[in-house]
Design a protein around this ligand. Sequence first.
Ligand SMILES: Nc1nc2c(c(=O)[nH]1)N[C@@H](CN(C=O)c1ccc(C(=O)N[C@@H](CCC(=O)O)C(=O)O)cc1)CN2
Length: 382
Amino acid sequence: MASVMFTDCSSSTAAAALLLPSSRYRVRHSVLHSLWSMPLQFAPVKPILLRTTATISHASASPSIVTADLERAFSTNTSLYSTAMAAETSAKIIDGKSIAKQIRDEITVEISRMKDTVGVVPGLAVILVGDRKDSATYVRNKKKACESVGINSYEVHLPEDSTEQEVLTHISGFNDDPSVHGILVQLPLPSHMNEQNILNSVCIEKDVDGFHPLNIGRLAMRGREPLFVSCTPKGCIELLHRYGVDIKGRRAVVIGRSNIVGTPAALLLQREDATVSVVHSRTTNPEEITRQADIIIAAVGQANMVRGSWIKPGAVVIDVGINPVEDAKSAKGYCLVGDVCYEEACKIASAITPVPGGVGPMTIAMLLSNTLTSAKRMHNYK
Ligand SMILES: Nc1nc2c(c(=O)[nH]1)N[C@@H](CN(C=O)c1ccc(C(=O)N[C@@H](CCC(=O)O)C(=O)O)cc1)CN2
C-alpha cells in the first residue's frame, strides 16, 4: 500500500497517509525527501534534436519493431530534423497509449500470419500471488491485451499465504509446457517469498519479463544478447525510437536504479551509444547531473520529484513513475502523476511522456512483443 501525495508539485514531498494501490518501483520516501529536494540554479543549455512529425508518421507505417528486440522502427538516415521547441513553447507529448495501440495492431497481423503459416499460437502464462488490487488490475489488463492480439493466456492465481514451493511448482509446469512461450510472475510478491529464487526458476527461453539474471547479465555485456529485455525499459526506448529521438552520442540520465526499470534502462541507453549517468538516493547534487541530460528517464516512484529546474531546455523526458496523489476533483479521491512535475517540465522539455498514457501502456505492449518473439524463436519462424 502506498501513501497519497498532493498534486501540486511544490508540495510533492508532503505525503497524506491514505491507503491506495501502490505505485510502481516505490522507494523509501523519507530518504529521498532529504536527499533529493535541494533547490539548484537554472542554467539554460542547448536543446536536443528531434525529428519532425513527418518522420514520425513514416515510423508509424513500419511493422518491423515487433519482430526483434531493439530493432529500429525506421531508418535513422532521414534528414528531416528540426531543433527542439524553445523553452517557452510546450513540449511535444509522447503518446504511449497510441504507440502501444499501433504495436498491438502490428502484433495482431504477425500472429495471424504465423498461425496461418505454421499453425502456432503464442501462449503467455501469468502467475499472480495475493490480493493486491493494483497487481490484479495489471494482470487483468495483460490478459485482455493478449486476447486482443490473439495470444493464448493462462493464469494461475494463488492466495497470499501460498508457499514459495507452490509458485515454483507452477513455474516448473509452465517451463515444460510447449504451448506456453512466455511466463511471468506478477511483482511484487508477498514478503515471505524469495523473489530471487522465483525469478531464477523461469527458464530463460520463456522469461518474457526479462528479469532472469542471465538475461540481465547478457544485457550488461558487450557482444552478448539477452533473449528478452524487460518490458518497461524496452518500452521507454521504443518510444524514443518511434518519436525519432536521437540517442547516439547524447547524454542520458536515468533516475532510479531498480532491477526492473532503472538498471536495465541505463544498460539499454548505453547499448544505444548514449553517455549514461544513473542518479539515485545517494547521489549528491542530483539536479545538477540531471540538468546535463538530453534524455531523462525518471523511474524512482516519488510523485513530482523532478522539478522544472532539473531539466535542460529541449531535453526529452520519459516519466516511468505512476504515483497516486490526492485529488478532490476526482471521484476516486486521487489521480495518478509521474515522478516528474509535468506542469513545470512541459514548459522546458522538447518532448515528454504523460502519466497516465505514457510508459504504462508500453509495458504491456512490450510484453506482447516479447511473447511473440519467444514463440517465433521456439518454432524457428521468421
Ligand atoms: N512481472 C512484472 N511485474 C510488474 C511489472 C512488470 O513489467 N512485470 N511492472 C509493474 C506493473 N505493470 C505491469 O505489470 C504495469 C503498470 C502500469 C501499467 C499502465 O498501463 N499504467 C497506466 C495507468 C494505469 C491506471 O490507471 O492505474 C498508465 O500509465 O497509463 C501497465 C503495467 C510492476 N509489476
